[in-house]
Design a protein around this ligand. Structure first.
Ligand code: ATP
Ligand code: MG
Ligand code: FE
Length: 351
């Protein structure tokens, strides 16, 4: 399976195969991040992203084939992210996949980017259904119950900013550069996580949703009150912000696992983390604690497969293809595409 990912600022292609024992193997996974293109703007510029995908995607696909030791014609099918994401980029990847599928006479699999994140842990860790996924990335923060391929229930989401986005905005505010997550985490190491008491938004409510914009505002007001900021001030603010989000995420994870145990009492609770924020050690440690307390297993795939990549798209394509799902060449790219729409189902519910 060839997998193509272009929904944000990574141009990526990968080839995933099954070995003779039926085990999935990543034969190549080429990711070109566009950090340089967007650095000067402090965030991803959609038009620049789309243009960069146009420039590089052919080369990335060729490289993925070369590294896999395969020709394009050797693949069984072609999978590409068809949404959700920045529409210009999605169109580049999906149209390329359609052209390849038409030229090679191979099936097309239109992959939901969120489904690709959701199924990655089955590729990396062989996780069995059902499990709870916490996706925390630059564009999403949500709990999804993964019952099977194409069978998802969203249990909670952010009502404003995504968690990665909150890290990026706080980093911008503290002039730490982009992407902000790694920078905030690095500087927080020398900070005092108890100096300021930032809010834990929505934490007193029972729902499994997130909200990070009020926290971001509290961080901004604190920074303004202290300006000009010393290096220690910056480190302390970063540490307190990180402590706040780690607490919010882990308390919510505990609540989500409690719901899992109540609704699926016959299954061992499993929590799978996906998205770039999974790289954060403080958050991962807090999640680890929450899982231990709930008697749940925590699965964190290798970070290169938590962030956007082609292997997760190839794998999601392979999972769908194995169940007989392919898509027509007129499949329309979708800037928004929630995971729990009925049309995600590979096998529709009996009427
Ligand atoms: P999406 O996949 O939702 O479309 P995306 O491509 O921006 O969005 P990813 O590539 O999965 O998401 O992750 C990038 C995000 O992860 C950025 O917001 C970045 O700041 C954040 N991030 C990366 N490393 C860390 C870290 N160590 N701590 C916190 N956040 C991090
Ligand atoms: Mg990204
Ligand atoms: Fe993503």
């Amino acid at each position: 399976m060839l997998g193509i990912e272009t929904s944000c600022d990574e141009t990526a292609a990968s080839i995933v195969v099954r070995d003779s024992a039926g085990k999935a193997v990543i034969r190549s996974n080429v990711v070109r991040s566009q950090l340089d293109e967007h650095a000067a703007f402090g965030g991803v510029v959609p038009e620049l992203a789309a243009r960069a995908h146009v420039t590089y995607l052919d080369h990335i696909i060729a490289q993925a084939c070369r590294e896999a030791g395969l020709a394009l014609g050797d693949v069984d099918a072609i999978a590409a992210t068809a949404g959700p994401g920045l529409i210009g980029g999605v169109l580049v990847g999906l149209t390329t996949a359609k052209a390849l599928a038409a030229a090679l006479g191979k099936p097309l699999i239109a992959v939901n980017h969120l489904e690709a994140h959701a199924l990655t842990a089955r590729l990396t860790d062989g996780v069995q259904f059902p499990y709870l996924m916490l996706l925390v990335s630059g564009g999403h923060s949500q709990f999804v119950l993964v019952r099977g391929v194409g069978n998802y229930e969203r249990w909670g989401t952010t009502i404003d900013d995504a968690l990665g986005e909150a890290f990026d905005k706080v980093a911008k505010l503290l002039t730490l550069g982009h992407p902000g997550g790694p920078a905030v985490e690095a500087i927080a190491k020398s900070g005092d996580p108890k100096r300021f008491k930032f809010p834990r938004p929505l934490l007193r409510e029972a729902r499994l949703d997130f909200s990070f914009s009020g926290l971001k505002t509290a961080v901004r007001l604190q920074a303004e009150a202290l300006a000009p900021l010393s290096d220690q001030d910056v480190a302390d603010i970063a540490a307190c912000f990180q402590a706040a989000v780690a607490e919010v995420v882990s308390v919510r994870a505990g609540q989500a696992l409690a719901r899992f145990k109540a609704e699926l009492p016959e299954h061992t609770p499993q929590l799978v983390v996906a998205g770039g924020v999974a790289a954060n050690r403080t958050i991962a440690a807090a999640l680890d604690k929450a899982c231990t307390a709930a008697g749940a297993t925590l699965i964190v795939p290798p970070i290169a497969l938590c962030t956007d990549n082609g292997a997760m798209v190839a794998w999601a394509g392979a999972e769908r293809f194995a169940l007989g799902a392919t898509d027509h060449l007129d499949f329309t790219a979708r800037p928004r595409w929630p995971l729990d729409l009925p049309d995600m189902k590979v096998v529709p519910d009996a009427a």
